[in-house]
Design a protein around this ligand. Sequence first.
Ligand SMILES: [Ca+2]
Ligand SMILES: [Ca+2]
Length: 255
Amino acid sequence: MSNKSIHSAVKISLSIALVLVLFVTSCKKTEDGNSENGTNQTNGEKNTSIVSGNSDLVPLPLVLPKAMFVGTPQNMEGVTHLAKPLGRPRDPFLAPKGTTNVSFGKPVTCVSDPEPIIGQISYITDGDKEASDGSNVELGPFLQNIVIDLGAEYEIYAILVWHFHKNERVYFDVIAQLASDGDFIDNVTTVFNNDIDNSAGMGTGTDMHYVETNEGKLIDAKGSRGRYVRLYSNGNNNNELNHYIEVEVWGKPVK
Ligand SMILES: [Ca+2]
Ligand SMILES: [Ca+2]
């Protein structure tokens, strides 16, 4: 073999080696990309607080009230954009170790309807999640909102909302927001919005309508920061009134 052909052979071998290295690198990137998606299904939604390399995630120790009905939704005439029920219990929701219910017993205000028709605004964070009469607060018709003051800034991973679960209902214009101030001016994050026609004026929502159950609605807040949590609703498919049984905000103090 001449010097020239040895030189060519070395060149070809080096090229092959380079192609192999590039191929392996690109495969690795794809794998990493997939694991970073964090596709833990929760009620058909992605738990995006899960990121690769974070082994300190644990299921939230949620305690559910007694179920009052089972089966497929009835009488949902006229409700569009309705999420299909999962047909099985919700998957565990993973959040960083040390995430707790930081809204228990915290003050709740309802500027839009400070004198409820039935019950007290304080029922919303009193820990009672049962469907029975006497456990829910009934607010007037039209768009109403409640604000929970957590008392300090938290990294918030999940918001659970029980409006009503004695029978099948869909509430409209359900919007959940976090902010650093009670007037919702600083650092406002909208974590859920199913106001599909923007009648509440907070932007057109892309989240689905859903049937209330004893599981409550689990909203993935993705670790967004906030001290105040605001929730809107605008009646339901059964009547024009607004109800809350309980709201839980699961978070960790901001370091
Ligand atoms: Ca309650
Ligand atoms: Ca609407």
